[in-house]
Design a protein around this ligand. Structure first.
Ligand code: PNS
Length: 182
C-alpha cells in the first residue's frame, strides 16, 4: 500500500500537457473475447498507452492458466501498437501505481455490469486515487461474456465467432484437460 500512496503524491491529479497518458484495462480474460478486444481498442484510441492487466478474481475459479490467458490476449491484440499485456500478481491498485497509469478502463454491457464494477472502482480509488473510466462497448457484442463462452463450449456449442482466432481451440483443450482430471 505504501506504493499506492506514493502514486497519489507523485501523480498529483490529471496529466498535464506533454504527459504520456496511460490506462490499465484489467480483467480475468478467462478467456479474452471479442467484447474485450472491442473495449481495449476503444481505450487505445483514447490513451497514449494501454496496459491490459490479466488479474485474478478471487470470486471466480479460472479455466485457463494465467500464462495461457496472457498469451491469448497478446496474440489477439498484437496488431494494436500502443497496447501491451501483462500479468497482475497482486492488487490492481498497486499494479496501476507500478505502471504509472492515469486511469483504469472497464467496458460496460449493461446496468448489471455497472453494479458489479462500481464497488471495485470505488475501492481502487480508495487504495490508489486512480479513477475508473467506463467505456460502452459495441451493442452487437453485449451478450458476449467469458463465463457464457465457457458454458457454451462446455456443452459442445460453437464459440469461434465470439472470441479471437485460436481462443476457441484453447478453451476446448482446457475443458478437455479439466474433464480428464475430474
Ligand atoms: O474480468 P473481471 O473478473 O470482472 O475482473 C475483475 C478483476 C480481475 C479486475 C478484479 O477481481 C481485480 O482487480 N483483481 C485483482 C486483485 C484486486 O485488486 N482485488 C481488489 C479489487 S477492488
Amino acid at each position: 500500500m505504501a506504493s499506492a500512496r506514493r502514486h497519489r503524491a507523485r501523480a498529483g491529479g490529471w496529466p498535464t500537457l506533454g504527459d504520456v497518458t496511460i490506462a490499465v484495462c484489467p480483467g480475468s480474460f478467462d478467456p479474452i473475447t471479442l467484447g474485450h478486444v472491442d473495449v481495449v481498442r476503444r481505450a487505445a484510441s483514447m490513451f497514449d498507452e494501454v496496459v491490459v492487466g490479466i488479474a485474478r478474481n478471487s470470486a471466480k475459479s479460472a479455466l485457463l492458466t494465467p500464462d495461457e490467458r496472457v498469451a491469448l490476449a497478446r496474440k489477439a491484440l498484437a496488431d494494436v501498437p500502443n497496447v501491451r499485456v501483462e500479468a497482475v500478481d497482486g492488487l490492481l491498485a498497486d499494479f496501476v501505481t507500478q505502471v504509472g497509469a492515469h486511469a483504469v478502463v472497464k467496458g460496460l454491457r449493461s446496468g448489471a455490469d455497472f453494479d458489479a464494477e462500481l464497488p471495485m472502482a470505488l475501492m481502487n480509488r480508495h487504495l490508489s486515487t486512480v479513477e475508473t473510466v467506463f467505456v460502452v462497448g459495441d451493442p452487437a457484442l453485449a451478450h458476449v461474456a467469458s463465463s457464457l463462452v465457457k458454458d457454451v463450449a462446455r456443452y459442445g456449442g460453437p464459440i469461434d465467432d465470439l472470441v479471437p482466432a485460436g481462443v476457441g481451440e484453447a478453451v476446448r483443450d482446457a475443458l478437455a484437460r479439466a474433464t480428464t482430471r475430474s
